[in-house]
Design a protein around this ligand. Structure first.
Ligand SMILES: *[C@@H]1O[C@H](CO)[C@@H](O)[C@H](O)[C@H]1NC(C)=O
Ligand SMILES: *[C@@H]1O[C@H](CO)[C@@H](O)[C@H](O)[C@H]1NC(C)=O
Ligand SMILES: *[C@@H]1O[C@H](CO)[C@@H](O)[C@H](O)[C@H]1NC(C)=O
Length: 246
């Protein structure tokens, strides 16, 4: 009986672990930046020309899939810089900087780090969402992130608190007038999904969750406590059966 119970609990826990974040259209988040080579086809499978414009990877539990595409693919957000998360003394920019980005990539879930937000635990800056900007990029001004090298001795604060606002891509995203920057690549077939202008909540214009459709659980490999759930469930059945047979 305890075995049945623990098997049941394991199933229950693993389903809890796969809950995606149902975030509001506006809110607070963090923003980091990462290197995305120009022309690179990222997780959603958006065209290579999308990298000529501002793009981001969104943290996994908000992205909505642990691999390939998710419901966030193609969505556009207006991100406004507030202040760097790590700066001594605290830094508040004298100019308000905003940028409209399109989600083209997945920032994998990790135990710690900026993309670690889940429904139950924010990242260490208190944010559930992290937008990882492809930067430097043709589509983002090189001086986008404010800095004060005289005071801090460096120019890159790395992580920023931001506000985000879901916006329609058409007209707002600088790539929306370039046909080549829109849509997904052909050679990935059904392995790509990148709507030009997804309407959140309208299933016929947004991508499904690839990993949910294909039964791939979210990547929880960095946690020793949850690593157990990465085992195929039939292993538990085998254990269960052998316990019953003994
Ligand atoms: C921003 O980051 C700081 C850490 O430096 C954190 O304490 C704060 O709550 C964050 N949020 C806002 C809105 O400043
Ligand atoms: C983005 O947000 C900033 C700050 O709130 C605002 O000034 C700007 O008009 C917004 N841009 C778009 C395209 O919504
Ligand atoms: C969802 O999108 C489709 C295609 O653009 C549109 O025909 C339909 O009216 C939309 N539904 C809602 C509820 O907005």
């Amino acid at each position: 009986m305890p075995y049945f119970l623990s098997f049941f609990l394991l199933c229950l826990l693993s389903s809890v672990l796969s809950q995606w974040i149902d975030y509001p259209n506006d809110g607070l988040a963090t923003m980091t930046h990462y290197t995305l080579p120009s022309g690179y086809i990222a997780a959603c499978g958006c065209t290579s020309a999308s990298t000529d414009y501002p793009t981001v990877a969104l943290s996994q539990m908000a992205y909505g899939s642990s691999t390939s595409y998710g419901p966030a693919c193609g969505r556009c957000f207006n991100l406004t810089l507030l202040n760097p998360v790590i700066a001594t003394p605290p830094f508040f920019p004298s100019v308000v900087k905003s940028i409209v980005v399109k989600v083209t990539d997945l920032c994998p879930l990790s135990q710690t780090g900026w993309c670690s937000g889940t429904t139950s635990k924010p990242n260490s800056a208190g944010a559930y969402l992290n937008f990882d900007l492809a930067y430097p990029s043709k589509g983002v001004p090189d001086d986008f992130f404010p800095s004060d090298e005289v005071v801090y001795g460096y120019t890159d604060f790395g992580v920023w608190n931001v506000t985000y606002q879901s916006v329609p891509c058409l007209d707002s995203w600088t790539g929306s007038n370039s046909l080549a920057a829109l849509g997904s690549v052909k050679n990935l077939g059904s392995g790509a999904c990148c709507p030009a202008d997804p309407m959140p909540g309208n299933a016929s214009t947004t991508c499904p969750s690839f990993s949910e459709q294909n039964g791939i659980p979210p990547d929880t490999t960095t946690s020793s406590a949850t690593a157990v759930f990465m085992l195929p469930q039939n292993i538990f059945v085998v254990i269960l059966l052998s316990v019953i047979l003994i």
